[in-house]
Design a protein around this ligand. Structure first.
Ligand SMILES: O=c1ccn([C@@H]2O[C@H](COP(=O)(O)OP(=O)(O)O[C@H]3O[C@H](CO)[C@@H](O)[C@H](O)[C@H]3O)[C@@H](O)[C@H]2O)c(=O)[nH]1
Length: 492
C-alpha cells in the first residue's frame, strides 16, 4: 500500500449529465471545490464544452477533458444535450446513447491514474450516468452520486411506495398524507409514470439501473442545505443506504462573480450591459423594487402554442411588468400583443442569465415550473414563487414550496377526465400574478422567501452548514484514499 503524496492537491473528477439543469449546479460545485484548493477535471463532450468553458474560464485549477459523443441513429446529428432534443420522447434514447461514453471515460481515468499526482480521490457523477460506478470500481475510485434534486422528493416517493399500495386508483382530489411529510399531497404531484402505475414506461429500467448504481456508490452530494431539508436527511440516507452531504445552494458558493469584479473581466461588462438587466434598471427607476414578474420554465419543458397564447394574454391582463423567457420555436404572439405590452413587458427568445435576473431588486416574483435549480435560485434571492409544475418531481417541489415552506403560491391547473392537465386560462394566470406581486398571500410568501434566502446565504458562508459539509466531504475522500492507498497502488 502506497502513501499519499502531500505535495499534490486533492483531485476530483466531475462528470455532469448533458442537460443545463444538471450541468450548472455541478459547475458551481467545481468552482466551490477549486476555491478550496482542490483540483477538478470536468468530463464533457465537444458540443457541451463551449458552455462549460464560458462558465468556468476564470478557475485555473479546473480543467476539461473532452470525450467524443457517440453517433446514434435515433438522435439528430450533433445533438449532445437534452435541451436540444426535438422531442421529450428522445430522452430515453439519449440516456442510452450516453452509455457508449463508458470506454472513453475509462480511458480518461486510466490516464489520470497512471500519473501519481493526478489520481482522483473521487468521481462525482450525475445519477443519469449510472454506469460510471462500474468504471470507478475498475480503478478503485469512490463514486459520489449527484441527482440535481432536493432531499424531500426522494423521501416522499419512497414513502408513497411503502404506504399507498395503489396510487393510480386514487381520485385526483383525494389527499395523500404520508408519515414525516407535514403537508398533504395529490397523486398528480408525483411524476406521471408513478401515479399512472405505468409498468411498461421506458424510464423504469433506467431508474432501476440508477438505483442499483446508487447502491454501489460511496455517497451522495445534494444541492440543498441543512436548514431547509435537514429533517429529511436521515430518511434519505436510510433509503439510499449511503451518506448524503448537503452542500447547497451551490449557486451561492460561486466566488467567480467576485473574482470577475476584481479582475474587471469582460463577462461582468456583458452582464451589466445585457439589454434585459438595463431594462430592469429602468423599471426600478420607474416603478420601484419588487414589481416585475419573471416568467421562465427551465431548460426542458415543452408547452403548446395555445398555452403560450394564454400566458401572453394573462401577463397582459395582469398589468404588471414582466420578463418572459420564451422557449417555443413555433409560437408567435397574437396580432398587436407586442405593441400593447412593449412599455412593460420583455419576451426573450434566448438563453438568459436567470440568476442575474432573479437577483435584480426590480424582480418581485417568479412564475416557474419548479425545477429544483429554479426553486433554489428564486429562494436564494428572496423571490417568492408562483409554482406551475410541468413534469418530473416538479409537482412535489411545488407543493413543498407552497405548503411546506410557505414561500410561494400555486397556479391552479384543472385536469380532465383522464387526469391530464388542461390549458390554464389567461384569467387564472392574471389573478395568480396579481396575487403574488400585490396580494396579501404574496406578501407573506415574499417574507418567507426572504427569510429562507438569508438562511441559504448563511449555510454557504464560512462555518455555515454547507460550507462545513463540503470541507468534510473532501476530508473524508482524502482520508479514505490515505487509509486504503491510492487507486494506482491497488493495480496489478
Ligand atoms: O434561459 C435560461 C434558462 C434556464 N437557465 C438555468 O437553467 C437551469 C434550469 O434548471 P431547473 O430550473 O432545475 O429546470 P430544468 O432544466 O427543467 O431541470 C431538470 O433538472 C432539475 C434538477 O435535477 C429537476 O429538478 C427538473 O425537474 C428537471 O426538469 C437553472 O439553473 C436556470 O437558472 C438559465 O440560466 N437561462
Amino acid at each position: 500500500m502506497g502513501s499519499t503524496s502531500t505535495s499534490s492537491p486533492p483531485h476530483v473528477v466531475i462528470f455532469p449529465f448533458m442537460a443545463q439543469g444538471h450541468t450548472l449546479p455541478l459547475l458551481d460545485l467545481s468552482k466551490a471545490l477549486a476555491s478550496r484548493g482542490t483540483r477538478v477535471t470536468i468530463i464533457t463532450t465537444p458540443a457541451n464544452a463551449p458552455f462549460i468553458l464560458s462558465k468556468n474560464s476564470t478557475h485555473p485549477t479546473i480543467s476539461l477533458s473532452i470525450i467524443p459523443f457517440p453517433k446514434v441513429e435515433e438522435l439528430p446529428e450533433g445533438c449532445e444535450n437534452v435541451n436540444h432534443l426535438p422531442s421529450p420522447d428522445l430522452f430515453v434514447p439519449f440516456i442510452n446513447a450516453t452509455k457508449l461514453l463508458q470506454q472513453p471515460f475509462e480511458d480518461v481515468l486510466k490516464e489520470l491514474c497512471d500519473c501519481d499526482s493526478t489520481i482522483p480521490i473521487g468521481v462525482i457523477s450525475d445519477m443519469f450516468l449510472p454506469w460510471t460506478v462500474d468504471s470507478c470500481c475498475l480503478f478503485d475510485i469512490p463514486r459520489i452520486v449527484f441527482s440535481g434534486m432536493g432531499v424531500l422528493p426522494t423521501v416522499i416517493e419512497r414513502n408513497v411506495s411503502l404506504h399507498v399500495p395503489c396510487i393510480s386508483s386514487l381520485l385526483h382530489s383525494e389527499p395523500i398524507n404520508l408519515p414525516s411529510v407535514p403537508f398533504p399531497l395529490n397523486k398528480t404531484d408525483f411524476p406521471d409514470f408513478v401515479w399512472r402505475g405505468d409498468e411498461k414506461h421506458p424510464m423504469l429500467p433506467i431508474i432501476s439501473e440508477i438505483e442499483q448504481a446508487e447502491h454501489n456508490s460511496w455517497g451522495y452530494v445534494v444541492n440543498s442545505f441543512e436548514e431547509l431539508e435537514g429533517d429529511h436527511v436521515a430518511a434519505f440516507e436510510n433509503h439510499k443506504e449511503t451518506k448524503a452531504w448537503l452542500v447547497g445552494p451551490l449557486l451561492l458558493h460561486d466566488q467567480s462573480k467576485q473574482d470577475l469584479m476584481n479582475s474587471g473581466s469582460k463577462d461582468v461588462d456583458q452582464k451589466q450591459f445585457s439589454p434585459y438587466i438595463k431594462w430592469l434598471d429602468q423599471k426600478m427607476e420607474g416603478v420601484g423594487p419588487g414589481n416585475v414578474i419573471y416568467v421562465a420554465f427551465g431548460s426542458q419543458s415543452y408547452m403548446t402554442d395555445l398555452q403560450m397564447e394564454e400566458i401572453a394574454l394573462g401577463l397582459e391582463m395582469a398589468g404588471q411588468p414582466f420578463i418572459w423567457v420564451v422557449r417555443s420555436r413555433t409560437w408567435v404572439p397574437p396580432v398587436g400583443w407586442e405593441d400593447r405590452v412593449k412599455e412593460r413587458g420583455l419576451a426573450i427568445r434566448d438563453w438568459v442569465d436567470q440568476r442575474g435576473i432573479l437577483e435584480h431588486p426590480a424582480i418581485g416574483g417568479f412564475l416557474t415550473h419548479c425545477g429544483w435549480n429554479s426553486v433554489l435560485e428564486g429562494l436564494s434571492m428572496g423571490v417568492p414563487l408562483l409554482a406551475w409544475p410541468m413534469g418530473a418531481e416538479q409537482g412535489l417541489n411545488a407543493r413543498y414550496t407552497e405548503m411546506g415552506l410557505k414561500a410561494g403560491l400555486m397556479v391552479l391547473q384543472e385536469r380532465d377526465a383522464k387526469d391530464d392537465p388542461m390549458t390554464v386560462q389567461h384569467n387564472v394566470i392574471c389573478d395568480s400574478v396579481k396575487e403574488l406581486i400585490r396580494g396579501d398571500q404574496g406578501k407573506k410568501a415574499r417574507e418567507r422567501a426572504q427569510e429562507l434566502g438569508r438562511k441559504a446565504r448563511q449555510a454557504v458562508e464560512k462555518g455555515g452548514s454547507s460550507d462545513k459539509k463540503l470541507d468534510e466531504l473532501i476530508e473524508c475522500l482524502t482520508l479514505k484514499t490515505r487509509i486504503q492507498g491510492r487507486p494506482a497502488d491497488t493495480k496489478g
